[in-house]
Design a protein around this ligand. Structure first.
Ligand code: SF4
Length: 215
């Protein structure tokens, strides 16, 4: 469940979730707007552990239509929404966004998400990305050498065959947040004279996770 209220006003436990609306016709808070405010309150509570006591719809006239937000009503509403999503997914056999992915060289070329896209990482071919090298696996070693950082990766996915499963991304700037034991993906790195060493270039994407993402 994701979303973000336009504003949250107040302090302490006396908070009001405010949603701004253009073209507002009602004088009060319509039922569908009330449900929306309850969901925003639920999201706020999940993140900040404070249930906003009120919600408000604000039109272009600057007038706020205020309604009390009942916590149990909000929790019931969210539970019902989530169970409907589950029922829909079960009925359609949909098991996640992964099923919608259809990676190709052209489709993925400019996608910022490809370092996190398992479908892309499994499908990427040697000639995609103008010959850039892509690989993913657990970072087995992270070492600073002078002013640069080198990361050794136990490669499990990649668009090339290396003489060793341990490959290196060398010459990263210090300060890049990656540590041994993390799962990393490196997209579109440059080859070097060594078949196991690769360098970042301006378009290289590096992602890291504390735990291996879902396959
Ligand atoms: S890398 Fe991007 S464009 Fe390609 S399949 Fe994954 S999400 Fe879709």
């Amino acid at each position: 469940m994701q979303g973000r209220a336009d504003r949250v006003k107040g302090s302490g436990t006396d908070l009001t979730v405010v949603d701004l609306k253009t073209g507002l016709l009602e004088d009060g808070v319509a039922p569908h707007h009330h449900r929306q405010l309850l969901m925003y309150a639920w999201l706020w509570d999940q993140q900040h552990d404070v249930w906003p006591l009120h919600g408000a719809i604000e039109g272009l006239d600057g007038v706020r239509r205020v309604v009390a937000l009942d916590r149990s009503e909000g929790e019931d509403l969210v539970a019902e929404a989530l169970s409907r999503v589950d029922a829909f997914n079960a009925a359609t056999g949909f098991d996640g966004l992964e099923q919608l992915a259809n990676p190709t060289a052209d489709a993925c070329r400019y996608c910022d998400y490809r370092g996190a896209c398992a479908a892309f990482l499994r499908a990427v071919e040697p000639d995609w990305e103008g010959g850039g090298r892509t690989f993913a696996g657990e970072a087995s070693q992270v070492q600073a050498h002078g002013a640069v950082l080198n990361v050794t990766v136990a490669m499990e996915l990649g668009n090339f065959v290396a003489p060793s499963t341990q490959v290196n991304l060398i010459g990263l700037p210090l300060g890049i947040e990656v540590s041994a034991g993390q799962w990393v993906s490196v997209v579109d790195a440059a080859s070097t004279a060594s078949p196991v060493d690769f360098r970042p270039r301006w378009q290289t994407i590096l992602w890291s996770w504390d735990e291996r993402p879902a396959p």
